[in-house]
Design a protein around this ligand. Sequence first.
Ligand code: UT7
Length: 331
Amino acid sequence: MTKPFKAGILGTGSALPEKKLTNAELESIVETSDEWIIKRTGIRERRILNDEVPLAKLASDAASKAISDAGLKPEDIDLIIAATLSPDYLTPSLSCSVQKEVGAVKAAAFDLNAACSGFIYALQVAQEFIRTGTYSKILVIAAEALSRVTDFTDRKTCVLFGDGAGAVVLGRVEDGTGIESAVMGAMGEGGSVLTLPCFFETETDRANRNEGKKQVIWMDGSEVFTFASRIMGEATGKVLEKAQVTMDEVKYVFPHQANIRILQNASKRLNVPMERIYTNLEFTGNISSASIPVCLDEAARKNMLKKGDKLVLVAFGGGLTYAAALLTWSK
Ligand code: UT7
């Protein structure tokens, strides 16, 4: 059997809407306070996509930046995978709209939904196509317009979420760099603690939501908090063990950005100081699947990442789902 190809990140890109929604503005929408939001979540502001702009536009901006950062042309892309739970349409998929917008005319395209774990799920699916040699350049996008599925009468959720898009190009890399190990998992029995109905709803869904609200996120925040605090440590432990790498060798952890207190818990459980846990949620809020690729792109553009650096990506989310990956930076 021939040795599988190694997959790594060749380029990154991200795009955030210009419009900001601050805690002070939220104070005039629901009964909340800047002090409560900062203390309980760490979030100061989030970005909101204008009503007339499709998510596909934001996703395409991130995708084009990733393609050019990789030194490629759109027609070099073989496959596009878009992770999202808030697409413009169920069909055409977000990935097909991006294919058209960026001109990746040779690429196959499909969407994937693993909620906030979606980017790392998509990275692993893409990795398998690279390893087997089926494709050599894959655009992995994660993009969300959560403001469109947020109930702005529910203070327990509306202070948390924001909009944004991140993208990477995955391709063959030399040995000693790229994705070293990865895990993904699901616990469907816990799914009812975070829901976003689509074409169906139960009595419980109706009872949970404010009058007349259907396609909006509902969450039992403390249940998700408990799951997140446990699973981040477990998933990280698994990828480290699989690759025979210790936490001391890891330069940065890129966690899903949901709540600063979850990240502080992770810092204690993993015995990693907060300086090595990348955070930007103060200015973006929780952008679900997009949070990790937006962070990666920010860190890359700030020149924080050097070839050979070991990074852990770790996420949890609706489903319930979780995923982690250990990679050695290839650029
Ligand atoms: O991306 C994956 C999905 N999301 C997450 O990972 C989120 C995970 N969960 C969390 O981040 C936290 O559980 C929340 C931020 C959602 C909530 O924080 P908490 O400290 O767990 O608050 P709580 O739900 O236990 O509520 C405590 C109190 C309640 O008041 P009472 O019942 O004690 O009087 C809430 O009604 O805080 C109240 N509260 C608020 N007060 C002011 C809840 N939201 C707000 C708010 N402003 N926005």
